[in-house]
Design a protein around this ligand. Structure first.
Ligand code: DGL
Length: 274
């Protein structure tokens, strides 16, 4: 039986990571937790975020995940150590994964207020590229808009222009989408940055690191399934949320391409059937 891959985020954002995992590892088995009762994470205090990460990682451990992917930059920025301590299985983060793939010394980062306040991206990038100049900008309205189903429009564009302007003035060559919700705004953001400036998605970077980790853990899913027809990744993924299952299922449908079956759960009790 293949390892169960646990992924979590405050809401819809982690689905951008899930999509990359499905694309690279079509035979994987995933459990996605959206902590929608507490979205957005980005305006919360560090103490609050660390407590939440402990609860979430502990719950995922109870469900039997064999590896944990933090599909949330905010949690990754301030509580990676907490997740490692509570999960009891290998944990992959977006921030280190992205930093390892940066190929320029002029980098912009768009992220939540909590991620920017932590300075985690700057530290991680400068750890591998000490000369790099890293400019981090908080985008407080992005996550609430995306959760409300708004991915473009005059107000959002004006906010985005305001966030991108200082990055372009600093002549960045790449902009990291440092919140997993933001790739959902990519069509709009692409129109606002010059062609020479790359938009980097840490979800792709963390998904690339997952394969070697699964292999090192002896995960048989890709090997054993050669030639054996399996249900599509969506059918082998379990979706859980701490808020309304119905609302999440509807909101997630266009990104996932079909309506997911979603369960509403309490993080204080394990769920049967994974
Ligand atoms: N998608 C998450 C992140 O990557 C959390 C956003 C939020 O809830 O504010 O930072």
């Amino acid at each position: 039986m293949s390892l169960l891959i646990g992924l979590f985020d405050s809401g819809l954002g982690g689905l951008t990571v899930l999509r990359q995992v499905h694309a690279l590892y079509p035979h994987s088995r995933c459990l996605y937790l959206g902590d929608t009762a507490r979205v957005p994470y980005g305006q919360r205090s560090c103490a609050d975020l660390r407590e939440i990460a402990a609860e979430v990682a502990h719950w995922l451990r109870q469900q039997g995940v064999g590896v944990l992917v933090m599909a949330c930059n905010t949690s990754n920025a301030v509580a990676f150590d907490v997740a490692v301590a509570e999960a009891g299985v290998p944990v992959l983060g977006l921030i280190d994964s992205m930093a390892a793939e940066i190929r320029t010394d002029r980098v912009g980062v768009l992220a939540t207020p909590a991620t920017v306040a932590s300075g985690a991206y700057r530290r991680a990038i400068q750890a591998v590229r000490p000369e790099a100049e890293v400019l981090e900008i908080a985008c407080p309205s992005f996550v609430p808009s995306i959760e409300a189903g708004i991915r473009d429009g005059a107000e959002l564009r004006a906010a985005a222009r305001g966030h991108i302007e200082p990055l372009l003035a600093a002549r960045v060559e790449a902009i990291v989408l440092g919140c997993t919700h933001y790739p959902m705004l990519r069509p709009m953001l692409k129109e606002l940055v010059p062609v020479g400036v790359r938009l980097l998605d840490p979800a792709a970077a963390v998904a690339r690191r997952l394969g070697p980790l699964l292999t090192s853990l002896g995960d048989p899913s890709e090997r054993e399934s050669q030639g054996v027809p399996l249900p599509p990744p969506m059918e082998r993924t379990r979706f859980c949320v701490t808020g309304s299952a119905r609302d999440f299922a509807i909101a997630a449908t266009d990104w996932l391409g079909s309506e997911p079956l979603v369960r509403s759960v309490s993080l204080h009790s394990p769920v049967r059937g994974f």
